[in-house]
Design a protein. Sequence first.
Length: 563
Amino acid sequence: MSSNSSKKRKQSNEMNNVLEQAVNTSKRRSSNSKSETRAQQESSQKFANIQANTFYGIILDPSLTPTDKKNAVSKALTFSNNKDEAKEKLEEFNQFKEFLQHERKRMAQEIISLTDTGAFSELKTVYDDINTALMSFEDKISPLTDIVDAVYTLRMNGVTFDVFREIAEDKEAEAELAALRAEQEEQLSSLTSLMDEKKKYITKLGEDKSWFGFGNVTRKSREQIALLQMEMDKHTQELAQLTQTIADTPQHPTKESSLSEYAAQKAKLRELLDISSNEHKDRQKALVTAAQDFIETTEVRVGTVSEHFDMMNGQIENLNEANFSMREMYAIINDATKEADAQNEALRDTLQPGGESEGDIERMTRERHKRDLENHIKSLGNSAIDTTSVLAELTGSGHRIKSMQDANDQQISKTRQLHSSGVAGVADQLSTVLQAVSSAALGESSEMARMSLERMQQTTSNLGQKEVIRVALGTQEQNNELSKALEDLEQYGQVIETATGITRDGLLETKDLLSRLESTAKDVQESVQDSISVAADVTAGKFDDEKQAEQPQKQAEKSPFGF
């Protein structure tokens, strides 16, 4: 019992402290605030002497427990035989309840004045800073991830080298087109300058007049002007043709791509190739900085939000404490009112008609007391309705405050989690993502190097195979040459053999001819000798004897068989 009594006294003291603090604050505000409205000043003056109120003294008596306070209030509200005293007590009771409502309103105003006016400013800052940092990070990481994705897509589809070759051809075509346009612009500038110079010269020649400048343009100048005009007409035509040529020259190469389905990936690969290595390093440094900025900004902003929630939590606790104290006081008043009603009703039962023995004076006195008591009961009942209504309001407000506190505690827990594991988790994920992006880029570099080496190996292998075939074909060609040489040699041998036979036959014929020639020469020589000695032989009669000897022989030759 002693511990319960001590606990109740402690609660009573806390309630008293809250109410006393409210009264002192009210007085201080009444005396010090020059900007307070007239209604507030009048309200504060109305309760300037509230400490003299009977019920104020009971409720705020630190020596009384809540039960003692209830009994004391019930006793004060119980009707006595003094109508004026009961009326005065009831007026004090209503004034005290009005004071409680005044303090309830004032404490609500105090809490309202403590409302975090920076909440929406913080919301705006969070939206601005964190989302700006987030968009900055996304803007910086997207080009890099897009490039990695494009290179990966090209590699997986086996068109990396084809796209690279097209990009190289595009660059070459762009360079040629740029050189052509530069040449055209230079020609245009040169032609325009030449025409301007000739226009100036024509104007100058037009001032070359005879008779000391008062006559006509000199004949020589007119002839030169005529020639220059002809040249200008020619230049004008050239200018028109050059202008049309420039207009017809495309701004970009018009070559159609054979890999149009990879146009987006080709553009990203072109972006990778067009940007220098230092620029790529700067882009990754900017990405790292953006990630660090996002983490730091999020930590700062979440920390600030957590501070706002902590401050709001203190305000909610004050509001909850004020509501609980006010509910406790109204609970005492409500219970005391009910107890007073019971006592007053019991007293009213004693003022029922006394029967026939009751005299008129006694009856009038009893009825007067009964009337005053019933008026008191009526007024106290009206006051009880207000008390019950306010207690219900305070109870509902307590539930709302409790819900607000639970929601705020939940937000504090979430914010603390964001501020600790949330930010750390995001930082960890960011580090993983950045490393993954770098790893993906290095992985694609490694794959590209591997593919290049494989392609080089394949190229060299193909070249080696072609060289082996070429060498083999060279041997075959050599054999063919040897076969041809052999064939030629065989043909040459046959020719030589034929020539040898021809030569042999010719030599034999020559030998025969020489033998015949030699024999003939001898015969001729003999004939010549005969011719030389013919005269002598005839003279000597040699031919007569020979002629007679030859005739029988000739006849024998003509008839060998003797016919």
